[in-house]
Design a protein around this ligand. Structure first.
Ligand SMILES: [Zn+2]
Length: 434
């Protein structure tokens, strides 16, 4: 609230600057966190902030940089759809496909596009017929005398990050190749060129160096907390944390000379935003109501906090025990929440495993298993004990099994157990604790 009031005061004092000023509000990696909780602002407070700004300013551009879905029961139970209804109510102008928009298969993206009243961009993702999966590769937003170009890109590692099921024969082009094709023409047609990027902060830095014609990269994917815009080459880069814990604010003042502007930006924490927009809150509540009976049930109480890294071996042990496998393996990237001391609810298990992956056993050589483990960002705790010459049966997720099958083919045996990992965890923890 504080920053918002300061901003309003500055705006009134500076008077005439409105004519040459653009405000950009940006989010990324929202992952279905529509409700206000802990440090999460929730959709309704974000919406209230944007609505207030728009009441006082003619040029407020509200954009999202991808991975809006997956991470909460309300998203996963309804396959991401509620999130786009809520984003409509929040007043987004432009969205972007992130890798998680493929979690329910590429065909589902057609539904998201139908629901969303704003374009979902994505210049790098093509379907089996070489058509854009997104609404379009770029868009141009016009405010009287000001034209803003926005290109949308997502990471070409997407195939490694999504379930192969329902995503066969897609092409994810290298963002740099696509930008090289799109930028020259679009640059000539607009006053300010934005790339909405779901490739991660490091990649954004590199792209900015390579493409000096981009004015601003609004990023996502790496969940980076970036308090103020940073500059790479002559391009500004911003990213606004994740899960709606912060909201990005950028102000661009155009000087009147073509290509000249001043840009400042900041991240606003949840408690700096105004009180909830009641219309959006009612919509959020209507969706939460549908999942509450299923998920707000306590199953255990714990006296210690557990980080994702601490949850990983516990989860692996539970899966291995359940099917009598030699070992369990669960990728750290698939663990989407940590545990705080206190009551553990079914919702918490949903938040840890929102993907609805099933339990699968794979049988493979120790050598192949080590290759699989090497995909983890950090050395896996079991790696040192693996004998490359031995064969192991590993309890894992359908996500890992599908990627292992692609990598090793007939060298591995996959057995589907037809059980949701989430259900295995809920059942085990309610009986045995952690
Ligand atoms: Zn992502």
């Amino acid at each position: 609230m504080r920053k918002f009031l300061i901003y309003l005061a500055l705006m009134i004092l500076s008077g005439s600057s409105l004519a040459t000023e653009l405000l950009i509000i940006h989010s990324n990696d929202f992952h279905g966190h529509i409700s206000e909780a802990d440090t999460y602002a929730g959709a309704a407070r974000i919406a209230a902030y944007v609505r207030e700004l728009r009441r006082n300013h003619p040029r407020v551009l509200f954009v999202d940089a991808g991975d809006a879905i997956t991470g909460t029961p309300v998203s996963s139970l309804f396959e991401g759809e509620p999130i786009f209804h809520i984003m409509n109510a929040m007043g987004y102008d432009v969205g972007l496909l992130g890798n998680h928009e493929f979690d329910h298969g590429a065909a589902k993206i057609a539904t998201f596009k139908d629901i969303a009243k704003f374009p979902l961009l994505g210049a790098t993702a093509l379907d089996a017929d070489n058509q854009f999966i997104s609404d379009k590769p770029f868009t141009i937003i016009e405010y009287d005398d000001l034209k803003i170009g926005i290109i949308g890109i997502l990471t070409d590692s997407t195939p490694l990050l999504i379930t192969p099921h329902g995503n066969q024969n897609l092409t994810f082009r290298a963002p740099a190749d696509v930008l090289e094709e799109l930028i020259p023409d679009l640059r000539a047609r607009v006053d300010f060129l934005i790339v909405l990027s779901h490739t991660g902060f490091e990649e954004d830095i590199a792209l900015a160096k390579q493409f000096q014609d981009i004015d601003l990269i609004i990023g996502g994917h790496s969940h980076t907390f970036n308090q103020h815009p940073v500059k790479s080459g002559r391009t500004w880069i911003v990213q606004a944390d994740h899960y709606g814990q912060h909201l990005g604010f950028v102000k661009v003042n155009f000087t009147g000379t073509k290509g000249q502007y001043r840009l400042i930006g900041d991240l606003l924490a949840a408690d700096e935003l105004p009180q909830a927009d009641l219309k959006v809150l009612a919509l959020v509540e209507s969706y939460e109501e549908k999942v509450r009976d299923k998920v707000d049930l306590p199953i255990w109480e714990t006296d210690k906090d557990l980080s994702k890294e601490e949850i990983q071996p516990i989860l692996e042990r539970i899966l291995a025990e359940h099917v009598n496998a030699d070992l369990g393996f669960y990728n750290i990237g698939g663990i989407r929440d940590s545990i705080d001391a206190g009551v553990i609810t079914i919702r918490k298990i949903w938040n840890i495993e929102p993907f609805s992956n099933t339990l699968v056993t794979i049988t493979l050589s120790g050598a192949d298993y080590l290759v699989l483990l090497a995909q983890e960002p950090k050395l896996h705790h079991s790696a040192a004990d693996i004998n490359p010459n031995k064969r192991y049966t590993i309890a894992t997720s359908s996500f890992i099994a599908a990627h292992a099958k692609q990598a090793f083919g007939s060298a591995i045996k996959v057995q589907e157990r037809d059980l949701l990992i989430r259900d295995v965890l809920i059942d085990y923890i309610s009986k045995n604790g952690l």
